[in-house]
Design a protein around this ligand. Structure first.
Ligand SMILES: [Zn+2]
Length: 150
């Protein structure tokens, strides 16, 4: 499932990407444009704006109830029934591109020696070239994810 996320829901958009969902977010966008992107690209529009909701008639949309991003993520996963589609860390949080696995030798010249030493898995964004790894910050992330998904 793919998403278009309204301006005021930046944190929700970020976490949907972390969970592996194809998500577009613009910090500023006209309502009309957001609606046409959702319609043309087959994205579920997520918004807290009742005005936009009332015009989102010929495609799928979801009105987000809570102002708390944890609740927002849970609402999206549960109301759309997509917990099975969650694939954490499979997408670049900058450009929304699916990541490719990167071998240890392949990562060696792309990260600092410290990271190379301490991380146990690497992946690469084919678009922006950013390298992601599972390292020291990863445990915190796992705890947050588990709390979010339970
Ligand atoms: Zn990227």
């Amino acid at each position: 499932m793919r998403f278009a996320v309204d301006c005021m829901l930046g944190k929700l958009a970020k976490w949907l990407k972390i969970l592996g969902f194809d998500t577009v977010f613009f910090s500023r966008i006209e309502d009309e444009e957001l609606i046409s992107i959702s319609r043309e690209e087959g994205r579920v529009l997520l918004t807290r704006d009742t005005g936009i909701m009332s015009r989102a008639k010929d495609f799928r949309s979801l009105f987000i109830d809570s102002e708390d991003w944890h609740e927002q993520v849970r609402q999206v996963l549960d109301e759309l029934g997509i917990r099975d589609e969650v694939k954490p860390y499979s997408r670049c949080i900058d450009c929304n591109t699916a990541l490719k696995e990167l071998s240890r030798p392949g990562a060696k010249n792309l990260v600092t020696p410290f990271v190379y030493e301490h991380a146990d898995a690497f992946s690469l964004c084919p678009d922006c070239g950013r390298v992601f790894w599972r390292g020291t910050h990863f445990k915190d992330m796992e705890i947050k994810l588990n709390r979010l998904l339970k």
